[in-house]
Design a protein around this ligand. Structure first.
Ligand code: AGP
Length: 606
């Protein structure tokens, strides 16, 4: 949700920041801007729309200077215009900001009463004005920052550049992520370590509530009104080689194809190489856990819904799955000794972070399942289970999802053994099914031409229904989300058994119905739903295995035959074809699969 970057260098800073913003564009692309200092004077360029707009502006009017700040925006306050594009400038101060200053209206009223004129609709501009006012009244920039921090409410990160201060950046974070990079006589700051990867791997992560003073010689970190604190320097595991598209058209296409490795690497990390068994991470290793509460958003929530089936049937543990944005404001009744699992690719989704904090308030210990080890959600949890999908840039989550599902399934198997619910024989068979998945996913990826042909029809639909039962139900929800977020086609995921309670009214000859039907315990019932769709003229797109195709496929249908796998691990495999259908439908429609309208990869606003 907005990408921010800052740099103090000994080389032209604008091209370097533009490059860093390219790696942050996944966070938002409504507008972009840069501000630099040359001979102590602030210069600024901004453009509405994607980064390409700013590149064009910079080509016409290059920015001088060796220190600067940059921004790529996901609009919250005010439409995506040039006037609302960051950096926002007031007097000597320029600010780039991610998140929301919740008390901006009160602060704005205070400033307006003093005659300040605002030039944007943003909440950000109050930060620039408050700092500028303090500096005009004689405070140093650092003193102004110390005085400002206790006055701000909300979840945010921002970086400040001050005219006349060529060797200074001020940075702050509260709930939103921010990483500081240390170079050789250079200093950097960015929304994540990925943005800084080609510049430095020496990273200092700010803790929630920290603010920092950056100079070329190093960084000093403070809390509240100026209490100094120490934060360790770490070496980031992200390399610049991880952040390109390679020979693929889109990050999404590349990431779909990286799934065999993402699953294999995750399994490698989760399963003990000696025993082949998963180790149960704390706090799930405690005996007698009365209940697991999973909190997550979007696709991660659907991974949680899938995990509920595994945790209940393999491990016999009562499990609830909650939308993070709802859970955080509910008076949920949770048992003492319960465990919450916060699932998040980015580890930064604000709703999920707030749900995690709420779960702690309600007496739960928390396990984080994240793809980013240094993320806030990982750092605030009692235990961490990592997916090893590598950086994911496509807004539509793909490889992180199958890696999450893999880790959750391995965890449920291990809990099943630990709780005496699962025989060693069955556990071994399930682990082998997991270990075989990278190969099976690879087989699915070889049939892309088939997916392209079906997507050709799908792209012309106005509405699409996705149906699945049992373990396939969350993947039906996921398929519908994938399609709507990158093609803008209206799609709904439904439990197949619910179709007759309402959605069946929608079905006619114009309505494709994607039905997920591996031959599992729910197959016969799903088969009846296929007949009901056909009877109403619906266009069936059937995802099944060889036995299912022989039993159910009819001429007139689109049948996608997937490898036969143990039904328990089928959702992991079936997540892949729904991604491919959505991706090729987006290519067919010409929508931007990596940067769909109105969305951003990491949602750090409430
Ligand atoms: C997935 O395709 C989405 N773009 C979105 O629903 C995402 O899964 C959600 O915002 C949660 O993100 P997280 O996993 O990083 O917390």
């Amino acid at each position: 949700m907005c990408g921010i970057v800052g740099a103090l260098t000994d080389r032209p800073v604008a091209p370097l920041m533009l490059d860093a913003l390219r790696r942050l564009e996944y966070r938002g692309y409504d507008s972009a801007g840069l501000a630099t200092l040359a001979d102590g004077v602030l210069h600024r360029r901004r453009a509405a729309g994607k980064l390409a707009g700013l590149e064009a502006v910079l080509a016409a009017e290059p920015l001088p200077g060796t220190s600067g700040i940059g921004h790529t925006r996901w609009a919250t306050h005010g439409p995506p215009t040039v006037a609302n594009a960051h950096p926002h400038v007031a007097g000597r101060v320029a600010v780039v900001h991610n998140g929301i200053i919740e008390n901006h209206a009160a602060l704005k009223a205070e400033l307006k009463a003093e005659g300040v004129v605002f030039t944007s609709d943003t909440d950000t501009e109050v930060v620039a004005h408050l700092l500028d006012r303090a500096i005009r009244h004689g405070q140093t920039p650092q003193e102004a920052m110390a005085a400002l921090m206790p006055r701000l409410a909300g979840a945010f990160a921002f970086v400040v550049l001050v005219a006349g201060e060529d060797d200074l950046l001020l940075a702050a974070r509260r709930a939103s992520p921010l990483a500081i990079g240390l170079g050789d006589g250079e200093a950097f700051v960015g929304s994540d370590a990925v943005a800084l990867a080609p510049l430095t791997r020496r990273i200092v992560y700010l803790e929630d509530g920290d603010w920092a003073v950056l100079r070329r010689g190093g960084v000093r970190v403070f809390r509240d009104a100026g209490v100094p604190v120490e934060r360790p320097e770490q070496i980031s595991t992200v390399t610049s080689a991880m952040v390109g598209k390679g020979n693929y058209r889109h990050f999404m296409e590349k990431e779909i194809h990286e799934q065999p490795e993402a699953i294999a690497h995750t399994l490698h990390a989760v399963l003990d190489p000696g025993t082949g068994r998963a180790t149960i991470p704390p706090p799930l290793d405690a005996p007698g856990i009365p209940k697991i509460t999973i909190v997550a958003a979007g696709t991660s929530y659907y991974a949680g819904l899938t995990a509920r089936y595994w945790l209940e049937s393999l491990a016999g543990i009562a499990t609830e799955v909650e939308l993070a944005s709802e859970f955080r404001d509910r008076d949920a009744v949770l048992p003492p000794g319960g465990v919450a699992i916060a699932i998040s690719q980015s580890g930064e989704s604000l709703d999920t972070l707030m749900a995690l904090r709420r779960a702690k308030e309600l007496g739960q210990k928390v396990l984080a399942l994240v793809n980013v080890p240094e993320s806030t959600i990982a750092r605030e949890s009692d235990g961490v289970l990592l997916t090893r999908a590598g950086p994911e840039f496509g807004v539509a989550s793909t490889k992180a999802t199958t890696a999450q599902l893999t880790a959750l399934c391995a965890l449920a198997i291990a809990l099943g053994r630990a709780h005496g619910r699962l025989s060693e024989e069955r556990a071994t068979a399930l682990r082998e099914a997991l270990v075989g998945l990278p190969g099976r996913v690879g087989e699915v990826l070889q049939h892309e031409a088939h997916f392209m042909r079906i997507a050709h029809d799908l792209a012309r639909a106005r509405d699409v229904l996705y149906l699945g039962r049992g373990l396939s139900y969350p993947i039906a929800l996921e398929g519908a989300l994938k399609l709507k977020e990158i093609t803008y086609i209206h799609a709904e995921g439904y439990a197949a058994g619910e179709m007759k309670h309402g959605p069946i009214a929608l079905i006619d000859e114009t309505m494709p119905v994607v039905i997920l039907a591996p031959t599992d315990g729910w197959f016969e019932k799903t088969a009846s739903n296929v007949s009901e769709v056909r009877a109403r003229g619906g266009k069936v797109i059937l995802l099944t295995d060889a036995a299912g195709a022989a039993r159910l496929g009819e001429p007139g249908d689109h049948v996608i035959v997937l490898p036969t796998v143990d039904p328990m691990v089928a959702p992991i495999l079936y997540a892949v074809p729904v991604q491919l259908l959505a991706y090729y439908a987006a290519v067919e429609k010409g929508t931007d699969a990596d940067q769909p309208r109105n969305l951003a990869k990491s949602v750090t606003v409430e």
